[in-house]
Ligand binder design. Structure first.
Ligand code: HEM
Length: 415
């Protein structure tokens, strides 16, 4: 998805199609969201097949939809690619569960993903990042977007307990789930791609659990932890373990790489920001936050209204699907000064790239640590980055990302 909007132009809100995938590969969604925030903060769209959804684009409304589980449930699905389909994992997968059950499950699973737990993995993460970056330094053209897809598995694979031989296949499968229409991942049809990937991922975790049980040894990994979690004095069911393992894999794999690509492209487009961060590594944490806001890799999440609910200056009917556009909220001018400017020194940056409320990203400490270490190591090794071709954007209205970002990275001459 284009992250720096082009010149403003007339937008006919009656004809806007937020499910048109061309918008995300070659269009300019930010120009449309700007107009929606100003003129139609609650927007209704009916798809040609009759499915319909409401959109909220303002920061406060996005927080309300994501955060108010009494009004907006997660139990009928939260991902736009499943609009109108009943979620088979409802009430079993943490993401598709409302409080109070959600709170209990999340608390139990989350003990392994706290800031403190992640801090203890820092050295391992740094070694993994260094290993990854070394391959970029041969002076040739490097397709960052393609290569960086492996980064989460290199970092989180050992933490999850997943052997290296399986990493590439899992990266491919998780990409298929999030962008089933992208030609890089498409297998037959969109529906077939989704079905194959879901099935393979759930089967992978199920078989992992069976093997671990048969071996009878614990390895302290995250998947192991899922097997030992107790909620209201009972273990998770095998189905819950499979779904939550799948969800952790998905969460880890599909967002961090696109945040890296989006941030690097912004730095290439604004070399003075690159220089500033390179000269002062204490700016890396705020660079990471700005990169998260700027990229908003999880472009939206969905909820269903339980009852007729007033929001965004209008009312959605009972049962309505409401899409909270995180990418738009993170450019809301009422919240962020000069929102379409990438600014690594931004002070007020309470972005919602990790969501808001009870489902706030459980992997945020891991993602933040990975991104911080990635950029610290990058700036210590690389003196300049040039584009070596046109970026290619992911064909998805759910994940804002790139499939190709060819760059040439020049080694830093002096420390
Ligand atoms: C830059 C990286 C990341 C971004 C932008 C991101 C974004 C998000 C967002 C917006 C949500 C909220 C979903 C909702 O409201 O329904 C979420 C939830 C979640 N994320 Fe992340 N995520 C990232 C990294 C990760 C990582 C590394 C993991 C795995 C370790 C992960 C696992 C999850 C899980 C399991 C949930 C569901 C939490 C719940 O339902 O309570 N994410 N993420």
């Amino acid at each position: 998805m284009r992250l720096t909007p082009g010149a403003g132009r007339d937008v006919d809100l009656g004809r806007v199609d937020l499910f048109d995938l061309d918008l995300y590969t070659s269009g300019d969604p930010h120009v449309i969201w700007d107009v929606m925030r100003a003129e139609a903060p609650l927007h209704h769209q009916i798809l040609p097949d009759g499915r319909e959804f409401w959109s909220v684009t303002r920061y406060d409304d996005v927080c309300r939809v994501l955060g108010d589980h009494q009004a907006f449930t997660s139990e009928r699905g939260t991902v736009v690619t499943h609009l109108g389909e009943d979620d088979v994992a409802a009430g079993k997968l943490m993401t598709s569960t409302d409080p109070p059950r959600h709170t209990q499950v999340r608390r139990a699973i989350g003990t392994k993903l706290t800031v403190r737990a992640v801090a203890s993995w820092q050295d391992r993460i740094r070694r993994a990042v260094v290993r990854f970056l070394e391959s970029a330094l041969d002076g040739g053209t490097w397709d960052l977007a393609e290569q960086v897809q492996r980064l989460p598995m290199i970092v989180a694979g050992p933490l999850l307990g997943i052997p290296e031989r399986d990493w590439d296949e899992l990266v491919e499968l998780t990409a298929m789930v999030t962008a089933p229409s992208d030609p890089h991942y498409h297998q037959g049809s969109r529906a077939a791609t989704l079905a194959i990937a879901h099935h393979e991922l759930v089967t992978y975790v199920t078989q992992w659990v069976e093997r671990r049980r048969a071996a009878g040894v614990e390895d302290g990994s995250l998947l192991d932890h899922l097997m030992g979690v107790r909620v209201a004095d009972a273990p998770l069911t095998d189905e819950e373990i499979a779904y939550d393992g799948y969800s952790l894999l998905l969460g880890a794999n599909v967002t961090t790489p696109h945040t890296v690509s989006g941030t690097v492209l912004a730095l290439v487009e604004q070399p003075e920001q690159f220089e500033m961060a390179r000269a002062d590594l204490s700016l890396v944490p705020s660079l990471v936050e700005e990169g998260l806001r700027w990229t908003s890799a999880a472009c939206n999440f969905m909820r269903y209204a339980r009852n007729g609910t007033a929001i965004g200056g209008g009312t959605v009917p009972p049962g309505a699907a409401v899409v909270a556009w995180i990418g738009s909220a993170n450019r809301d001018e009422s919240r962020f000064a000069d929102p379409h400017r990438f600014d690594i020194t931004r002070r007020e940056n309470s972005h919602v790239a990790f969501g808001f409320g009870p489902h706030y990203c459980i992997g945020a400490p891991l993602a933040r640590t990975t991104l911080r270490i990635f950029f610290e190591e990058l700036f210590q090794r690389i003196g300049a980055i040039d584009l070596a071709g046109e970026p290619q954007h992911l064909r998805s209205c759910f994940i804002a990302g790139m499939t190709h970002l060819p760059i040439v990275a020049q080694k830093r001459l002096r420390p």
